[in-house]
Design a protein around this ligand. Structure first.
Ligand code: SF4
Ligand code: SF4
Length: 556
C-alpha cells in the first residue's frame, strides 16, 4: 500500500468529539453489541468509500487498541450482524484489522497533542488497555494525564499474554504511540507501593487517581476515598480486551464527573432503538435482486506451522480490494432517522419510499420502520422539511468533503474545477486507481449517487466548482430499487435551478455506466471538461489574459 497523501476530511479531533448528527436515536445492532461503543457501521462505510484514514480515526476514538482488537476480539458485533440473515455476518473484526494495518504500513500521521486547557492533573496507575483508554479519553478532555506503570513496557495483558504470531509487538507499540501522542506522560518501572504511594500522588497535587491495575489490586484498596477510582483490567484475558477498554471509558467518565463536581456514576445509557432487520423482509429483497448474496471474504492464511516456527502471523490480513468488497456487504442498518422536531407529517416519505418503509403511527406521527429500511437515502433528499437525517459518513459529511476537495491546490491553472461524485459500488477499481485515472478532477466516492440531493449539488457550485458530474451504475445494476431514477430526478431538478439562476444546466451531468466502465468514463470526462471550459469564459479568460499581458511586458 502506498503512503497516504490524502488530507483527511475528518480530523482526529472531529472524529473524537462530534457525532455525525446531533440526534441519533437509532443504533445498528453491531454497534449496540460492542461493549466499547465502536461505531462499526460508520467505519465500515468509510472503508467502503476508501476513506481509510478517517476510518482509523473513528475506530481509535472508541477502540485505541485497534491492531489488537482487529485480531483477537471475541466479536460480539458479528454475532448480532444483520447480514447473517442474508448469508454470513460482515467480517467486522478483519475490516478493523485492515484499517489498522493500513495506518501502520502507510505510517499515517499520529494525532496532534491536545491543548491542556484544564488545570487539573490526573494520575492513572497501570498502562494496560483500561488504563491507557482512560488516559486517552481524559487527554482528549484537555486534562494533564500521567500514567504510572510497574513493568518496563506498557500494554498490560496484551503484551504479556499474546504470542508474536497472534499480535506482533510493533503493532501494539503503534497503538500505544497513537494514544501517547495526545500528550500523555508515561512513567514505566514505577510500581504503586514501591516507587510511590497514593498519599504521595495526592500530595503532588493530582486531582484524581484512577487505579487500572486489575481487580485484585483494586479489591485490596483498603478505603477507596473520594478522588481515587479503581477499574478492572488484568482480570480480563486478551480476548476480552474490549471489556477492559469499556471499563477504561467508564473510568474516564467517573473521573471527569468527579473533577467537575458531578455525580461520579456514569450517566444512564441512552437506550437507542436497535435496527435489527426482519429475516422475511431481507429474504424478499434477496428474491427481488436488491441484495445479492455474497459470502464473507475469507482470511488468507500462512501455514500455521511455519508461522509458529518463524514467530510471524498466521493470518495475513485482507488486501485493499478484498476489504473494499467486504465492506460493501454491509447493509447500513438504521441509517435513516426521522428528526421528530422538524417533521410536519406531510407524508412525502410515506409516498416516495421505494420499499414502503415509513409508516403512520397511531399517534399520527411518521416513523421509519428500521427493521425494513434499506438505507437507500431517497427519502432524505425528497423530504421538504429536511426532517430525515442520514446518519452515515459519506452523506452526512458530503458538504465538508466537497469543500475540502475544492480547497485542494488546482492541478492545472488552465483547466476548469470539476467535481466527480462517483458511486463506490460502481467503481470496483477502488479509490486509488480512480484518483490516478482522473488526476485533474476532484473525485469523491459515496455509497450510491441516489443519496446526493440538490443542496449538495448547489453547494458544490457555491464553493467554486465550475462543473459537477455524477457517475453510477446502470439500471439493473444499482443495489437500490429506483436508485437510477432518483439520481436522474435530482440531477434534472438541480439543472432547472442552475438554469434559473443563470449558471446554465450544462454544468451538471449524470452518467450511468456499466460496472467498471472506467474507459468509457475517461472519454465522457474529457468531453465534459471541454464543455465546461467553453462555458467558463470569465475566470479562465481573465487569468490567461493577465498571463499574456505579463508575458508581453517581459518581452518589451
Ligand atoms: S450489516 Fe453492517 S450495519 Fe448492519 S449489523 Fe452488520 S455490520 Fe452492522
Ligand atoms: S427511502 Fe430508503 S432510506 Fe428512506 S426509509 Fe425508504 S428505504 Fe429507508
Amino acid at each position: 500500500m502506498k503512503r497516504s497523501s490524502k488530507k483527511s476530511t475528518l480530523s482526529p479531533t472531529v472524529a473524537q468529539t462530534i457525532p455525525f448528527v446531533s440526534q441519533r436515536n437509532v443504533e445498528p445492532p453491531c454497534q449496540a453489541a460492542c461493549p466499547a461503543g465502536v461505531r462499526v457501521r460508520d467505519y465500515i462505510a468509510l472503508i467502503a468509500q476508501g476513506r481509510y484514514q478517517d476510518a482509523d480515526s473513528l475506530i481509535r476514538d472508541k477502540m485505541p487498541f485497534s491492531s489488537a482488537c482487529g485480531r483477537i476480539c471475541y466479536q460480539p458485533c458479528e454475532a448480532e450482524c444483520n447480514r447473517a440473515l442474508v448469508d454470513e455476518p460482515v467480517a467486522i473484526m478483519y475490516l478493523k484489522r485492515f484499517v489498522s494495518d493500513y495506518a501502520y504500513q502507510t505510517k499515517l500521521p499520529l494525532p496532534n497533542p491536545v491543548a491542556k486547557t484544564r488545570a487539573e492533573r490526573i494520575a492513572i496507575v497501570g498502562a494496560g488497555p483500561s488504563g491507557l483508554t482512560a488516559a486517552q479519553d481524559l487527554a482528549k478532555l484537555a486534562y494533564t494525564v500521567t500514567v504510572f506503570e510497574a513493568s518496563p513496557f506498557p500494554g498490560g495483558t496484551l503484551r504479556a499474554a499474546l504470542p508474536l504470531y497472534r499480535l506482533p509487538k510493533k503493532l501494539l507499540d503503534w497503538d500505544i504511540e497513537n494514544i501517547l501522542a495526545l500528550g500523555i506522560k508515561l512513567n514505566t518501572n514505577t510500581a504503586l507501593g514501591r516507587g510511590f504511594s497514593l498519599k504521595e500522588l495526592r500530595e503532588e497535587g493530582y486531582s484524581a487517581i484512577l487505579i487500572a491495575t486489575g481487580a485484585d489490586r483494586s479489591r485490596k484498596l483498603s478505603q477507596p476515598e473520594i478522588g481515587v477510582f479503581a477499574i478492572g483490567d488484568s482480570s480480563f484475558g486478551p480476548m476480552w480486551t474490549v471489556h477492559a477498554v469499556a471499563a477504561g471509558h467508564q473510568g474516564a467518565v467517573s473521573v471527569d464527573n468527579y473533577v467537575q463536581g458531578k455525580s461520579t456514576m456514569p450517566a444512564k445509557a441512552n437506550h437507542a432503538l436497535v435496527a435489527k432487520r426482519e429475516k422475511g423482509d431481507l429474504e424478499e429483497k434477496v428474491f427481488q435482486g436488491y441484495i445479492k448474496p455474497k459470502p464473507r471474504a475469507a482470511m488468507p492464511l500462512w501455514g500455521p506451522l511455519e508461522s509458529i516456527h518463524d514467530l510471524v502471523e498466521m493470518e495475513l490480513g485482507y488486501s485493499e480490494e478484498v476489504a473494499l468488497q467486504e465492506a460493501q456487504r454491509c447493509l447500513g442498518c438504521g441509517a435513516a432517522e426521522i428528526l421528530e422536531a422538524k417533521c410536519t407529517a406531510c407524508l412525502t416519505c410515506v409516498r416516495l419510499c421505494p420499499y414502503q418503509v415509513p409508516a403512520i403511527t397511531p399517534l399520527n406521527t411518521v416513523e421509519i420502520r428500521v427493521e425494513r429500511c434499506q438505507a437507500c437515502g431517497v427519502c432524505v433528499g425528497e423530504c421538504p422539511a429536511r426532517a430525515i437525517a442520514f446518519t452515515m459518513p459519506g452523506i452526512e459529511d458530503l458538504i465538508p468533503q466537497i469543500e475540502a476537495a475544492l480547497e485542494a491546490k488546482p492541478v492545472s491553472k488552465t483547466k476548469p474545477t470539476i467535481i466527480g461524485l462517483y458511486c463506490s459500488y460502481w467503481a470496483k477499481a477502488g479509490p486509488e486507481l480512480i484518483k490516478e485515472r482522473f488526476p485533474s478532477i476532484r473525485m469523491i466516492p459515496l455509497l450510491c449517487i441516489a443519496k446526493v440531493d440538490t443542496l449538495h449539488l448547489l453547494k458544490a457550485f457555491e464553493v467554486g466548482a465550475h462543473g459537477v458530474f455524477l457517475v453510477g451504475c446502470e439500471e439493473g445494476d444499482c443495489s437500490y430499487q429506483k436508485g437510477v431514477f432518483w439520481a436522474k430526478h435530482r440531477v434534472e431538478s438541480t439543472k432547472k435551478l442552475l438554469a434559473e439562476i443563470g449558471l446554465g444546466r450544462e454544468r451538471l451531468e449524470i452518467y450511468n455506466l456499466p460496472a467498471s466502465g472506467l474507459e468509457q468514463l475517461a472519454g465522457l470526462a474529457t468531453e465534459f471538461t471541454q464543455r465546461i471550459k467553453q462555458l467558463t469564459p470569465s475566470p479562465l479568460k481573465n487569468r490567461r489574459q493577465s498571463n499574456d499581458r505579463r508575458k508581453t511586458k517581459a518581452t518589451v
